[in-house]
Write a protein of this length. Structure first.
Length: 730
């Protein structure tokens, strides 16, 4: 993005546990052309913006209420060594107020002092040029604060209890939510602090036993401390997901960090929350013991834990330049989820700090170990050596070790980074490094792009997988990209929409919302946060209702148009909900048109994986409509468009043959198709015969012989022999 000032060069990801399977790994020399050996990032990275127009009214509300004072970093032109101006009191992505609760008089008396201190704190280091228009942390307004006696964590001598529903909400909370909805204020950013308070209190009520268990004798002290910092309390409680997180352990970790770092816990609250919801279940933390065992190397001493991860950021702040303070916890979980010893982190700083911008190129600093590949890991140059970052750069390894090295170097630099694995167009497994490079940070959004290195172009790794460090679930890099783009585009809107969706089933039951009201509720949630996947899925679930089909067809059509626009850069999500979302359309021919549009979108995006799925579904609809030849022609067109895609072409061939089998007079057309298709397939992969090409030739030869075309069969058998001998066409 030319002309965009660089506020910070942070980089992102998460890691999959364990190495990629070794038996069919990719290596650099396997790519199709020398230009593909440059190992440049795949050019599918996108700026962190959904197709979401700026809402002037919402912007005005944000500025007025100051609830978005999150990530206030200096926005400046590209700086040497990707340095960032720091500030003394960072704010979070939701306007987390990091100062203690004060009276109005206290705030007025202190305002001038804070202004002077802030002006001093944002000064850039001596070796950096300061930028005009440096953004300083905004001082937020106080949030509504319930008294301690109103909270569920009561003193032992207080038996007072408020009336609480099974949902965890008090009668007052339920009435307030209903009133906000009735007054059409639920979707106003002005009421976001109210929603955050209500649902944080609900968490505290529902998990009172876990809270008491976690903090034990320290409960009164923690209760008072959280009363002093209510926004941190709310942020912590809402970051914990009882479905995937260990509530007790997460709270214990946060308390341990507060006790160990009393002076840093407030400015580093986002980091502390990230560590709490990541290290609560250590089995979800990325660990490289699988790589170490595979290389028959020695696991080093000094593996770090949650306390060490926090200490590392505090003690290296002069070079971290605010990374541990300014990014939201959703980003930071991808930088604290590793056990790399402190000595190795220091080594990474020494060797790569000056190259933190686009750091992922260090992937290629690990020499490729052909011995390890060819012996199927029975031998490796790392055998018997300590499995350290320095030794990996000295002795080398296969792609799994290269990805491990680069991702942990990035995290050691304060760069959230990911070890990602995927399958190539030829069926081989591979690993690479992924990160998010942040280009600008403002009080209202983060501008970044998802980058990769080692994701060789010629092998077409459209989707990779990693393990989500918070939930422990396997996710795709595309899911991570959408998640972070949604948060980064407008953190307040994303969190606001989360709470609106949390209120949805409660209000639906309490107010007995009819279909039209529910539809309007979800539509407005999507307007609040266009990338909110939960709201989109709920809309898709409603598409089968008769009332939606009868009364909201035009609105659903507009929503479909919005889906195509909003997720043009994130096509994977469209596939997850498209079939459900178009259920309102009963007319077969109209459904065919919608799938034709979707297929064109995927082909234009050069996503054969998605285009194949859409084309197969479209062919089913065409056959249902009695248009078998159109179905075959469409499948053939998609095959020709992605003729070298060994993962997807065989499935479309299966469908073509299945349709032709039941279609009179189709055999000659099928044979002509194969005669046209086979010569188009690349016959070599680098210096080796293409396994996919040989399988397709064998398939075509069998078909020719089955239908008496012996001459054609013999022609392709001769060509197949040349391919197997390494003399195929490149």
């Amino acid at each position: 993005m030319a002309g965009v000032g660089v506020a910070a060069i942070f980089l992102l990801g998460g890691k999959a546990n364990g190495p990629v399977a070794s038996q069919t790994e990719s290596r650099p020399e396997d790519t199709q052309a020398s230009s593909e050996l440059t190992d440049q990032p795949v050019e599918d990275h996108q700026d962190a913006t959904l197709d979401q127009p700026t809402d002037p009214a919402r912007t005005a509300e944000v500025e007025q209420d100051d609830v978005s004072d999150h990530l206030a970093l200096a926005v400046q032109e590209p700086l040497p060594e990707d340095r960032v101006a720091t500030a003394a009191q960072p704010a979070d992505t939701e306007g987390m107020h990091l100062e203690k609760t004060q009276t109005a008089a206290d705030r007025q008396d202190a305002s001038a002092d804070r202004h002077d201190e802030m002006a001093d704190s944002v000064a850039a280091p001596d070796d950096l040029p300061t930028a005009a228009g440096t953004i300083a942390p905004a001082v937020g307004t106080d949030l509504p604060q319930p008294t301690l006696d109103d909270r569920p964590m009561l003193d032992s001598d207080d038996d007072t209890r408020v009336t609480v529903s099974p949902s965890g909400l008090t009668d007052q909370d339920q009435q307030q939510l209903a009133q906000l909805y009735g007054n059409r204020q639920l979707f106003s950013v002005k009421e976001y602090p109210t929603l955050r308070r209500i649902f944080a209190e609900r968490f505290a009520r529902l998990h009172e036993v876990q809270i008491r268990t976690a903090w034990g004798e320290d409960l009164p002290a923690m209760q008072q401390w959280l009363a002093d910092y209510p926004a941190i309390r709310e942020q912590l409680f809402l970051a914990i997901d009882p479905q995937t997180d260990d509530v007790v352990r997460a709270l214990q970790i946060f308390q341990s960090l507060k006790e160990a770092f009393p002076d840093q816990i407030v400015p580093y609250a986002n980091l502390a929350i990230a560590i709490a919801v990541t290290w609560d279940q250590p089995q979800h933390i990325y660990h490289y013991t699988g790589h170490q065992r595979r290389a028959k190397a020695i696991l080093p001493d000094g593996l770090t834990d949650e306390i060490d991860n926090f200490r590392y950021f505090v003690e290296t702040e002069p070079v971290m330049q605010g990374r541990g303070q300014w990014l939201p916890w959703e980003f930071l979980v991808h930088v604290v989820n590793h056990r790399t010893p402190r000595a190795e982190r220091n080594w990474a700083l020494q060797h790569y700090l000056a190259h933190r911008v686009m750091f992922g190129k260090c992937y290629q600093d690990v020499p490729y170990d052909n011995l390890m590949l060819e012996s199927q890991s029975q031998q490796a140059r790392m055998n018997g050596h300590p499995y350290t970052l320095a030794n990996l750069r000295t002795y080398g390894g296969v792609c799994a070790l290269q990805g491990d090295f680069a991702s942990r170097v990035g995290q050691s630099l304060g760069v959230p980074s990911a070890y990602v694995g995927g399958e190539s167009a030829y069926g081989d497994l591979h690993a690479w490094v992924m990160w998010v490079e942040i280009k600008a940070v403002t009080p209202k959004s983060i501008v970044f792009s998802l980058e990769s290195h080692g994701r060789y172009r010629g092998d077409r790794y459209y989707v990779g997988t990693l393990r989500d460090p918070k939930s422990g679930r396997q996710i795709t890099d595309r899911q991570l990209e959408l998640r972070l783009h949604t948060v980064g585009s407008d953190p307040v809107a994303k969190r606001h929409a989360d709470l609106v969706m949390a209120a949805y089933p409660l209000l639906q039951d309490q107010l007995e919302l009819n279909t039209s009201a529910r539809f309007d509720y979800l539509r407005r949630t999507v307007e609040l946060c266009l990338g909110h996947d939960q709201a989109w899925q709920a809309l898709a679930d409603m598409a089968t209702l008769d009332e939606v089909k009868q009364k909201h067809r035009k609105q659903m059509t507009r929503i479909l148009d919005q889906l195509f626009r909003t997720f043009a850069n994130f096509p994977d999500f469209t596939w997850t909900i498209f079939d459900d979302l178009i259920q309102f359309e009963d007319r077969l021919k109209e459904r065919i048109k919608l799938y034709e549009r979707l297929t064109i979108l995927y082909q234009a995006a050069q996503r054969p994986d998605l285009a194949c799925e859409a084309r197969l579904r479209l062919s089913d609809l065409l056959v249902e409509d009695g248009r078998e030849l159109e179905a075959v022609d469409g499948l053939a067109a998609t095959i020709y468009a992605f003729v070298d895609e060994g993962r997807y072409v065989p499935r479309m061939l299966d469908r073509i043959e299945s349709i032709c089998q039941d279609l009179d007079g189709a055999t000659p057309h099928l044979l002509r198709f194969y005669h046209s298709f086979l010569p188009r397939i690349p016959q070599m992969r680098g210096d080796r015969p293409s396994r996919y090409c040989m399988e397709m030739f064998e398939r075509g030869i069998a078909l020719f012989r089955q239908h008496g075309e012996t001459a054609l069969a013999q022609t392709y058998e001769n060509q197949l022999a040349q391919i197997r001998a390494g003399q195929g066409r490149r």
